[in-house]
Structures are given as C-alpha cells and as structure tokens.
Design a protein. Structure first.
Ligand code: PLP
Length: 405
C-alpha cells in the first residue's frame, strides 16, 4: 500500500493541481464592456439588459426574464409578487444556502424546513407534502449542486394543495427537464449570478416566468415601481398597485454584457461538465464506500454547479471521518475538494434567526449526509481534462485504500 502524502509519501499530483481562475474570461467581452463604458448608458433598461433578459429566458423556455441585483432579491420579489407575507408559510429545503430561507423572512413569512432525498439531496416530495399546513402558500425547491429537485412530483403536490412553486435555480443554469428549462416549471424561477456560479457577473440575479401578471409585478418590484421596460422618468403604465412595496434591485449593462456572452458558451459547457461528471461518477463509484450525488430523475440535461459525492462512514477505520478523507485527498495535491456548507440551513454559521420565526418539519436525512458523508468538488474539476480526472480518482483510490477497514 502506498504511503499517503499526508503521512510523508509522494503526492499523486506533483506539482499540485492548479486551475484557471473562475469564471473564464473572454477578450471580446472586455472590448464590449469598454464600448458600454464609453456610451455612458449603464443602467435603466439599456439595450444589452433587454437582450440578455429575452435570450436567457428563452434558453430556459420561459416567456419573460427580469434581471436583478442578485439571486436573493429574485426570491424575495417572486414571493412578494405571489402576495406572500406575514402569517404565510413557505416550505424550503433543510439543505440549501440560507438565502432560500431568508427570502420569506424578509416578507414577514415563515420558512418551514423539509428534508431532502438521500440520493439527490434535493427537497423530498414526501417531506414537502408532510410539511404542508393550511398556512402554506409556496414551496421553493432548490436544484442543489449537481442534481435537480423532482419537479414532476413537487409541482403535482403543489397543484393539489393550491401552493405556488418558485424554483431556486442558483446552481442549475442550463439544466433541462424533458425539454423544459429549469426555472420554467413552477410559477417563477430564480437564478443567481454571484461570483462562484455557473454563469456570473460578480453579482446579479434573474427571475424567469411565463405569467404576464407576475412579470409585470416583479418588474415593478425591481425597478422602484416602474412598469416593465420603462426608464427613469417614464411613467407610462401608471404607478404600481397600491401598497406594493417596490425596491431598487436593478443591475447594470456591464453585468448584462458579461452574462450575454457567457450564455453563448452555456450549452457546450453544460454538456462538457455533464460528460465529465458521468466519467467521474463511473470511476469514483468503483471505489468501495464512495457514492456520487444522483442527478435529477428526469433530467434530460443535468447542470453541474459542483460535484457531490459521499463517503460511507461505515467503511472508514475507527476514528476517521470524511474530514480526514478531504484532508488526505487535498494533501495528494488535488485542491478544490471541500466539505460543503457544513450544516443544515438553519444551523449555518451566519444564521441568526430566532427559533419562533421558522419551523423545522424534517431534516434527519440531509443532516446525516452533511455531518458524515458529503464531499464536494469545485466546478473547475468538471471543466478539467481526463488526465486530471484520472489523477483525482487515483488520489481518492489511494486514500480510501489506506483509510478503509
Ligand atoms: C441555492 C441558492 N439560492 C440562492 C442564493 C442567493 O444568491 P445570491 O448570492 O446571488 O443572492 C444562493 C447563493 O449564492 C444559493 O446557493
């Protein structure tokens, strides 16, 4: 058995694996950004913003796109446009980034946490249904990491109970399900373009919808009450509905240009990542004790933000945990192998919400995965060549051989 690098052996990667910085940059985008700068037309529905909204929505088979400041404001506006407020409950996954659960709180509504599935980690339809009460007004399934929530079942349950569906697609740009884009299966889709995301302009977000009334309301919520497409000073379309509390959640032409150019690469890159994910899945699952996050059951195109795998704690020698596996694989020079957010949503280290403001319906499955099993690989791995992937598999194989009973 080879000595692990963490114990002084020769690392699998020598030198350590390095990656091009994320996101990729395109020289032609730099030229276009300069043009926008020189035009002095930087916000308020410039031509690039409108173009990006239309093309991004069309790619995801939705009628309308509303470009915004980030992927938290999108969730908040989606809920607000659906009329959700104090006294209402919104079901969210027990495992997501906390923004999914903060959005209902901003509106005075109550997030209710429901468990995830053990293979996809996404919201479990049965746990969702069990968490419904007469106060439930919406559900926010999240397409987490490298999987898709079971939208077929979730939408059917929601329809049966008269509950609105907002798809949190912050990890899923480019994903398709039976020909429909993510973000087009519920009433509203929400995307984030934050620095680490599949498509990014540093910050940014976008709502997709095919409902003209929701489009109108979300547009007004984003742009301090103006009707869709109306610039500063143009009041055509009249004021917003009485009592609709509108914001400045606008984004800029610069961001729209960066994203418009990235959209050109989305399909090819999504396919490339999915093929690499399939390759890694097959190789990693040959290692006893390793299982990979299952892609969405009906995903015709699974989009990957990060690649999730699990280590069975039962196969590890006494005293060893998945944290030791992560440390040892990184010591082999792998890099970008990490443990995830480390906690269920309402126990993440920035969560400071008092317990009477939310309710935990169920969380046991994902809590156990987070504590004992999950390992994530950064998106750069899925953009790597097969030589790098083979070495990564070699590093996991080496570590698991030494660390297994
Ligand atoms: C699942 C999920 N939802 C929502 C968000 C919020 O997006 P933003 O950071 O753009 O506000 C994020 C992450 O950043 C996320 O991971």
């Amino acid at each position: 058995m080879k000595t692990l690098a963490i114990n002084g052996g020769t690392p699998v990667f020598s030198p350590a694996q390095t990656f091009a910085p994320w996101p990729p940059v395109y020289a032609e985008t730099g030229d276009k950004l300069r043009e926008i700068y020189m035009s002095a037309n930087w916000s308020f529905y410039g031509p690039v913003e409108g173009d990006f909204e239309k093309k991004f929505a069309a790619y995801h088979t939705a009628e309308y796109g509303i470009f915004m400041a980030n992927g938290t404001t999108t969730l908040e506006c989606a809920l607000a446009a659906l009329g959700i407020g104090p006294g209402d409950e919104v079901i969210v996954p027990s495992w997501t980034w906390m923004a999914t659960a903060m959005a209902p709180l901003y509106l005075g509504a109550t997030p209710v946490f429901a468990d995830g599935e053990k293979d996809t980690f996404c919201l479990d339809p049965a746990a969702f249904e069990a968490a419904i009460t007469p106060r439930t007004k919406a559900v926010i399934p999240v397409h987490l990491f490298g999987s898709m929530a079971d939208m077929e079942k979730i939408c059917a349950i929601a329809a049966k109970h008269g509950i609105a569906v907002i798809e949190d697609c912050a990890h899923a740009h480019g994903g398709k399900w039976q020909g429909k884009g993510v973000g087009s299966m519920g009433q509203v889709g929400s995307f984030s373009f934050q620095q680490t995301k599949i498509m990014t302009s540093g910050e940014g977000g976008l709502c997709t919808t095919s409902d003209p009334e929701l489009f109108e309301t979300i547009s007004r919520l984003k742009h301090i009450g103006y009707a869709p497409g109306k610039k500063r000073g143009e009041v055509a379309g009249g004021p917003p509905a009485a009592g609709l509390l509108c914001h400045n959640y606008r984004a800029t032409e610069f961001q729209a240009q960066i994203l418009l150019d990235q959209l050109e690469h989305l399909e090819a890159d999504t396919i490339f990542r999915a093929e690499n994910a399939g390759y890694l899945r097959q190789k990693l699952e040959a290692i006893p004790g390793i299982k990979v996050q299952a892609p969405g059951r009906c995903a015709t195109m699974q989009s990957y933000y990060v690649f999730g795998l699990t280590v069975d704690p039962e196969v590890l020698k006494a005293g060893l945990t998945k944290a030791d596996v992560i440390k040892a694989v990184n010591a082999e020079g792998a890099n970008e192998v990490f443990g995830g957010w480390g906690a269920v949503t309402y126990e993440q280290n920035l969560w400071n919400v008092s317990p009477e403001k939310y309710r935990v319906a169920s969380a046991a499955t994902v809590r156990e995965i987070i504590q004992n099993r999950i390992i994530l690989l950064g998106i750069q791995w899925l953009m790597s060549d097969r030589t790098a992937l083979d070495k990564l598999v070699e590093a996991f194989t080496k570590v698991m051989k030494v660390y297994s009973k």
